[in-house]
Write a protein that binds this ligand. Structure first.
Ligand SMILES: Cc1cc2nc3c(=O)[nH]c(=O)nc-3n(C[C@H](O)[C@H](O)[C@H](O)COP(=O)(O)O)c2cc1C
Length: 415
């Protein structure tokens, strides 16, 4: 995918070398076009080094124009992403101005245009900026974000540029650029569980775990990018639903078990990355439990084993489990692979804060007669590599010559 990345003069421009890296990790070729103000926040040298291409910044650069004119650049792009997008560039785009390279290129491209606004929260809420946003949106420009949170100016509110990983997922994700179809899981249905579960103790308390859902969400995005229809069954997490994925929200292990079995007959591949509680309180009190004795005992009972129940189905999909262990990682993982009759298991070491709620991960993947190591890398990149491996193992064991078991999935009201 060819991406023209327009960088404008907002403080979030300092994040663009990372954004370029994330886009390139997903296989994109990235050509930078920066405004004069952007150069105040990030250097051409840094951008050129990470993008591997000379930077374009001047409409009147005769040499650059001779090698690839701004019109050729506009045609070359599969996507034009402007990140960060200042209030100023939004105004120029809304007015149809063409006094610089970036705005001229946007007028001349037939590719989808996306902007990631980034500015002080008061600027963002200014009626002029909102009117420009609405106009651009009406004309088909995708407005990505902004997110909420603490800002460089010291204030808190809406106006933060979405994180590089998130932007890269969106623009390289399925359906963003025309013609981005096909892929290793094309025509397959993949069901993925992600995140923790919550097991209620009483109306105000529950038992849960440290899973953030990041790995499962990254897998859902990667599987969708590989052409699959993806149903993501998610425990409570603080993540936006991935674009192009059917996301169903659940709370407890029992909910997740039910939601999984609602759709599993459609699945060609099942990836169980959720950290499902193994036990739940026998009863959830209907009133808040009061503080009484020095100790209290909670009687627990096993929750349904979602992974084993799917793998035991007569027509089980290609089933991938996750093992998060603090010790004897490979021993426990191989045991789980065999005892639960899985097709594959991804073994995660969770000792010393590894794997949970961080952006990087390293895993060992095991199957009946094989094993592969994936050294530490970003969860998105790792998810892409895991999906490639899953697709090739699926092909080797189930795929050849078989028709995809694609059928319509009924959405219920759980989301
Ligand atoms: C230190 C500093 C930080 C700025 N940060 C932002 C910002 O985050 N968002 C924004 O819309 N404008 C910001 N501006 C204002 C823009 O740089 C200014 O409007 C400029 O004309 C934008 O030009 P461009 O859109 O062509 O890059 C900032 C200005 C300064 C001096």
């Amino acid at each position: 995918m060819n991406i023209v990345l327009g960088i404008t003069g907002g403080i979030a421009a300092y994040k663009t070398p990372d954004l370029i890296r994330r886009l390139r990790e997903r296989g994109a070729d990235v050509q930078i076009v920066m405004t004069a103000s952007a150069g105040e926040f990030v250097t051409e040298t840094a951008l050129q080094a990470v993008s591997g291409r000379p930077i374009r910044s001047n409409l009147w650069d005769r040499e650059a124009e001779a090698s690839m004119s701004h019109i050729e650049l506009a045609r070359w792009a599969d996507v034009v992403l402007i990140a960060p997008a200042t209030a100023e560039i939004m105004a120029r785009l809304a007015s149809g101005a063409a006094a610089d390279l970036l705005t001229t290129l946007v007028l001349a491209t037939e590719a989808p245009v996306a902007i990631a606004p980034a500015m002080n929260r008061v600027m963002w809420s200014n009626p002029a900026v909102q009117a420009n946003r609405a106009l651009l949106e009406e004309r088909g420009v995708a407005i990505l974000g902004p997110g909420r949170g603490s800002q460089a100016c010291g204030e808190t509110g809406a106006g933060r540029m979405l994180e590089p990983d998130e932007l890269a997922d969106i623009v390289t994700g399925p359906g963003f650029a025309p013609g981005e179809t096909g892929g290793a899981l094309s025509g397959k249905t993949v069901v993925i569980t992600a995140g923790p579960t919550r097991e209620p103790i009483d109306p105000v308390r529950y038992l849960t775990n440290r899973s953030s859902g990041k790995m499962g969400y990254a897998l859902a995005t990667a599987a969708a990018r590989a052409g699959a229809r993806v149903v993501l069954i998610s425990g409570p997490v603080d993540l936006a639903p991935p674009r192009g994925v059917e996301t169903r929200s659940v709370l407890s292990a029992a909910d997740m078990h039910r939601a999984t079995h609602d759709v599993i007959s459609d699945a060609d591949v099942f990836i169980a990355s959720a950290a499902v509680a193994d036990y739940r309180p026998v009863t959830a009190a209907d009133k808040k439990i009061k503080k009484t004795g020095e100790t209290m005992t909670l009687e627990m009972v096993r929750t349904p084993d979602i992974l084993a129940s799917v793998a035991a189905l007569p027509d089980a999909p290609f089933t991938v489990g996750f093992a998060a262990e603090t010790d004897n990682l490979l021993g426990y993982a191989r045991g789980k692979l065999e005892n639960k009759s899985l097709d594959m298991i991804v073994a995660n070491c969770v000792r010393d804060g590894k794997a949970f709620d961080v952006d990087d991960n390293a895993v060992e993947v095991l199957w009946a007669d094989g094993q592969q190591s994936f050294p530490t890398t970003g969860k998105s990149a790792l998810a892409g590599e895991l999906v490639d491996l899953i697709a090739s193992r699926y092909e080797a064991t189930r795929g050849t010559g078989t028709e995809p078991r694609l059928s319509i999935i009924r959405l219920n009201d759980q989301t």
